[in-house]
Design a protein around this ligand. Structure first.
Ligand code: HEM
Length: 196
């Protein structure tokens, strides 16, 4: 599925507000997670390996959410009924996110879109993209905690039997750094002005 066919995916579109930090500040954040140009290259290689496995990866992640009612809650109406269409539409954008995570270097459009993803998890914009009446906000503690499952579960997909363990390790660490970087950006709307 190409980008412009993914409902609600708006990276690079005029509707996306400018990032709340400059590219220079973003550069410093990258340095703070030890994210280098080498990591950018490892992520590109990871993207080649992951592309054909995106559906299987999403099955693992969605399975993890499905196994925990307190996580399905965020895709549900306040009365507790999960909204299948919402789950499906987000799944397509999640698949594109795997591609975008591996599509380095990250440019301004990418940085702008991180703040959009942040708003979509937060009450400032959750539910609007898919016009659903789900619960209004995703609690930040789960977004942060997800760094681990979203990272740990990717390793078996990177390890496709065609790369030595040092290479798999390098791609894995590049992925880990990127997820930490992104979740850090996504925490922005949850933090008091001046404290982030
Ligand atoms: C949306 C990734 C944590 C629930 C999304 C999207 C991505 C994503 C890529 C779609 C962005 C777009 O619209 O283009 C992630 C990652 C996480 C994380 C990488 C942590 C490392 C969580 C958690 C929950 C959650 C903990 C709660 C179970 C949702 C929901 C949406 C969403 C409900 C739709 C938001 C909307 O209404 O627009 N997530 N997510 N996410 N995510 Fe997450």
């Amino acid at each position: 599925m190409s980008n412009d066919q993914i409902p609600g995916y708006t990276m690079g579109e005029d509707s996306v507000q400018e990032a709340s930090i400059s590219m220079e500040e973003f550069e410093q954040l990258k340095q703070s997670v030890m994210f280098t140009e080498e990591d950018e290259e490892y992520l590109q290689e990871a993207g080649d390996i992951l592309e054909s496995q995106i559906d299987d990866i999403l099955d693992v992640w969605y399975g993890f959410v499905a196994d925990h009612d307190f996580l399905v809650y965020y895709f549900s109406q306040p009365d507790g009924e999960p909204i299948d269409e919402y789950l499906d539409r987000v799944r397509d954008r999640f698949g594109q996110w795997i591609r975008d995570t591996c599509d380095t270097p990250y440019d301004e459009a990418w940085l702008d879109y991180q703040f959009e993803i942040a708003r979509r998890h937060h009450r400032t914009k959750k539910n609007q993209t898919d016009d659903v009446d789900a619960v209004p906000n995703i609690d930040l503690r789960y977004v942060i905690a997800f760094i681990y499952p979203i990272t740990a579960t990717i390793r078996e997909f990177l390890d496709d039997g065609e790369h030595d363990s040092d290479k798999v390790d390098a791609m894995y660490h590049a992925w880990f750094k990127s997820v930490v970087l992104q979740v850090t950006l996504w925490s922005y709307p949850y933090v008091h002005d001046g404290d982030w």
